[in-house]
Design a binder for this molecule. Structure first.
Ligand code: AMP
Length: 607
């Protein structure tokens, strides 16, 4: 039975879990932490750093350190969210070849799926070290409100990382799986999930082992990052007022502000005020050093972010309405995501739902645990976890006049499909173009365009005669696919899909190859380093022996002198070849050093 791991690929932190002996469990990373920062950096020597290592060097390498990349994945270059990131990000965001977004790090342009693949690979490695074998399959979670492009981009990230994402599930749904696992529940729950970059709310019924999502909604651009940004703005504004300097224009100062803002926010969850101290944050041309020293109270922080908190409760209200339930029907409210540790959020949830939120799930681990539960169910083909999720957005097409005709309503249970008959509108029309969108606006262009589908090779006939049946499908992953059939002949129609963002198949293949080359080089580099370390150790051993022989009173014999000379020569040669990267040469060096060491040792013992 193949093991399927569960990965929570978060905006701020990621987490990996498995089911072992029937119990879901989070796997700690090498540092002993259960979550790993979703941060990727490229060093001056083109090495990739991930997680804590990348986060630690962010201040000194701000331009080449990527955090919160999940806010950009699957987005179009022209989207307001990308504009927003362009203004606030210390790393360089550039336009990709398909209306998509790329990040320039050192001399390479990375697509967002590539950045995510580096994080996924790290999570895979954490699991591999624990399991003792390479996991090849995973269930990966995404915000419930992710659209088709964002889900597809996440799948691409898996492929680049050499990980088959067998199922994508929604984060709040995963948290519900962790909550209900192994319990015989009959409840209706609301999952309020506020993480580093996104907000989701889902209403579920859990009964007889069935997890039935009634409705879901969210905002893929509302999370801890926005709370931090408010503190950054506040600090930068106060600083500018006092010193007439905009700290946000200085990469290093901005990164320090960012770290300090997040730290202050977290501290304010436990304290009513916190000190923010950033000495030498800026140096004027005159050489004068400026320091930032201030106090932030919880009350001030809450004032800065109250509209963000209210945005979440408004979405909660809309979701509840969609589900057809009343507040009183909710038996339990479950908080997920690091931001739900903020007291004001907990209060807002309590006020909104009229009850204290449950403390039954771990806010940082529940999502990965739920993914692992789903992974185990899929690998066993077991039926004990039945998940009925919904699609967060309506799916439809553009009709005459730019209107939006909905084919699959939001909150429909997935997988689902809908067929629609298209006819030609002109005589002898041989192709029909269908533009597919996701969203809730009645104007097509105000929704997210997924792609254009061209049905070609239609029979020449008067207008309205040729009928083509097009079936739109949404898979259990929430991913859209389209098939078309000529109704008269029953023939499947060819469809050309023009993706409006995302990667082409060829690009993905190149990225997979590049990634593999990088890993091979990395492995080689590690092996070379290991060899060098043993050579250095042997050199130290020989030098110690030579020193002992010289200071000892064993006297000197011709043979011992000769061996000492040989050993000294071997050491000199080894020192010179230490810079080699040719493995064969390093192995030869080590062997000759070993020979010199052994014969010298044997003789030294005899005399
Ligand atoms: P997640 O995406 O669930 O890992 O959540 C990460 C977000 O939660 C980040 O924005 C963190 O700064 C935030 N966070 C973590 N711990 C706390 C805390 N104790 N109080 C407030 N926010 C927190």
């Amino acid at each position: 039975m193949e093991r399927i791991i569960g990965i929570d690929l978060g905006t701020t932190n990621s987490c990996v879990a498995i089911v072992e002996g029937g119990v879901p469990k989070v796997i700690s990373n090498k540092g002993g932490y259960k979550t790993t920062p979703s941060v990727v950096a490229i060093t001056e020597s083109s090495r990739r750093l991930v997680g804590q290592m990348a986060k630690r060097q962010a201040i000194t390498n701000a331009r080449h350190t990527v955090f919160a990349s999940k806010r950009l994945i699957g987005r179009k270059w022209s989207s307001p969210e990308v504009r927003h990131c362009l203004e606030t990000s210390p790393y360089e965001i550039i336009q990709g070849p398909h209306e998509d977004v790329r990040i320039k790090l050192r001399d390479k342009e990375y697509s967002l799926p590539e950045i995510s693949s580096i994080i996924l690979q790290e999570m895979k490695l954490i699991a591999q070290e624990y399991l003792g074998e390479e996991p090849l399959k995973a269930v990966v979670t995404v915000p419930a409100y992710f659209n088709d492009a964002q889900r597809n981009a996440t799948k691409d990230a898996g492929r680049i990382a050499g990980l088959d994402i067998v199922r994508i599930i929604n984060e709040p749904t995963a948290a519900a799986l962790a909550y209900g696992f192994g319990k015989d529940l009959d409840v209706t729950v609301a999952i309020y999930d506020l993480g580093g970059g996104t907000f989701d709310i889902s209403i579920l019924e859990i009964h007889d082992g069935v997890f039935d999502v009634l409705s879901t909604a969210g905002d893929t651009f509302l999370g801890g990052e926005d709370f931090d940004a408010r503190i950054i703005e506040h600090l930068a504004y106060e600083f500018a007022r006092e010193h007439r300097v905009d700290l946000r224009r200085d990469e290093m100062a901005l990164q320090r502000l960012r770290d300090a803002a997040e730290k202050a926010k977290i501290e304010l969850s436990n304290m009513t005020e916190t000190e923010i101290s950033l000495p030498f944050i800026f140096t004027r041309d005159s050489g004068e050093a400026l320091h930032l020293q201030t106090t932030l109270t919880r009350a001030k922080f809450e004032e800065l972010v109250i509209d963000l908190v209210q945005r979440t409760t408004k979405i909660c209200q809309a979701t509840l309405q969609e589900s057809g339930l009343e507040i009183g029907d909710i038996d339990d409210v479950i908080l997920v995501g690091g931001m739900t540790r903020m007291p004001r959020i907990q209060e807002a949830v309590r006020e909104h739902f009229g009850k204290a939120p449950s403390k039954n799930v771990h806010p940082d681990e529940a999502v990965a645990l739920g993914a692992a539960v789903q992974g185990a169910a899929l690998s066993e083909g077991a039926n004990d976890v039945v998940l009925l999720d919904v699609t967060p957005h309506s799916l439809g097409i553009m009709v005459h006049g730019g209107g939006f005709e909905v084919l699959i309503e939001s909150n429909s249970t997935i997988p689902t499909s809908h067929s629609h008959i298209f006819t030609t509108v002109r005589d002898n029309q041989t192709s029909v173009k269908i533009v597919v969108f996701q969203g809730e606006s009645s104007k097509a262009m105000e929704n997210e365009m997924l792609g254009e589908f061209v049905l070609s090779g239609l029979r020449s006939a008067p207008a309205g005669v040729v009928e083509v049946e097009v079936t739109f499908e949404i898979s259990a992953d929430g991913i859209v696919s389209v098939q078309a059939k000529d109704l008269e002949t029953g023939k499947e129609q060819s469809i050309t899909v023009t993706a409006t963002s995302g990667l082409t198949e060829e690009e993905i293949k190149n990225m997979i190859e590049e990634n593999q080359d990088y890993l091979v080089e990395l492995k080689k580099g590690e092996q070379v380093e290991a060899r060098r370390a043993t050579i250095r150790k042997t050199i130290r051993e020989i030098e110690k022996l030579i020193g002992q022989a010289e200071s000892g009173d064993a006297g000197s014999t011709d043979i011992l002198d000769q061996l000492r000379t040989n050993a000294t020569k071997a050491v000199e040669e080894a020192r010179q070849s230490l810079e080699q990267i040719d493995m064969a040469k390093l192995v030869a060096t080590e062997e000759s050093l070993q020979r010199a060491l052994q014969s010298f040792k044997a003789m030294a013992q005899r005399t």
